[in-house]
Design a protein around this ligand. Sequence first.
Ligand SMILES: *Cc1c(COP(=O)(O)O)cnc(C)c1O
Length: 394
Amino acid sequence: MKHGTVGRHSKAIHGGNDPAAHRGAVSVPIYQSSTFAFPSAEEGAARFLGESRGLIYTRLGNPTTQALETCVAELEGGCGAVGAATGMGAVSTVFWGLLQQGDQVVSTRPLYGPSGVMLERRLSRFGVTTTFVNASEPGALAAAVHPGTRLVYIETPANPTVDLVDIATAAEAAHGAGALLVVDNTFAGPYLQRPIEWGADIVLHSMTKSLNGHADVVAGIVVARDTAVMQTLREAAIAYGTTMDPHQAWLVLRGIRTLGMRVERAQSNAQALAGWLEQHPAVEWVRYPGLPSHPQHELALRQMDGPGSIIAFELRGGVEAGRRLMNGVRFITLAVSLGGVETLIEHPASMTHKGVGEAEQRTQGITAGLVRLAVGCEDPEDLRADLDQALAGI
Ligand SMILES: *Cc1c(COP(=O)(O)O)cnc(C)c1O
């Protein structure tokens, strides 16, 4: 069933679900089977030839995983999607599926730590070079793209500084050189931002974050705008074995049904907390796309349906104050990850972005005292009270 014209909540709730195809089951069943029986030798051969669309083997396709793929493809406005075992599995599917020796990638910084490390230290071993440009610097991306560029790889909002990249401008630069634009849409998610509408060719997610939203599964997905690219990516996922398990897919499907409600709630909490933090005497600065003080606030209003739930901020007391704050919170949890119903706090310079290296952290704006707050769905007054008592203790 296609839901192309319905709203975002309806897509999240009904996407990929067809009770008639599953004996009336309203929740898509978990097809916990590695392989599928063929009714005849002829039919088995036809499925392998692609002449028949029946099921073969779970790495090649599974009904539970397919339901999730359809749901996310509809939310993003893509032609299809392929699930991955982790978010990094989704990143790998794109890189290993589309790049070859001699290709250049142009990417923005900051980036999710391991994605940058993969480009810089792993793909470089196979003759792929990457040019990194500053995410928020207008024109830098277009200047770095040339006819040897195969992919332009961006993340917006970027992790952990919440800098934005103008997707439409990036798409124009990529397409001008015959390259594809890939967007890691993990931070915003399809409820708040659909990069394909702005010209992106491929969108990927760590579904570990807001798509699942309950901090109980790791998973990823890749969505493509058109069928030829989708086919290449699906074949790569199957060949490299980055595909996901049906039980994992079911957990994400269960989480995704409440995507809109969770995102709305976390976002309204984040907006209130960001405004409050900005006024707090212990806080040096706050970076949140929903605040007029964000240097790209205008872009956020244009490109996103809302500023999301991640706040970056720095305390006047720098690293030491940040450490006391993280040790002082009671209710808010000191842990990496984001997009869940629970509020998490972490220190990028020593945790998620440790692998980036100190000098590089500075050029990317990841200051030593930067604290990342991934706001969840608790009562806003409880979150504020917890931060208030922890800030009083520094
Ligand atoms: C978490 C994350 C990833 C990696 O996802 P995993 O599920 O941990 O493999 C990639 N990109 C972004 C922006 C992330 O936040």
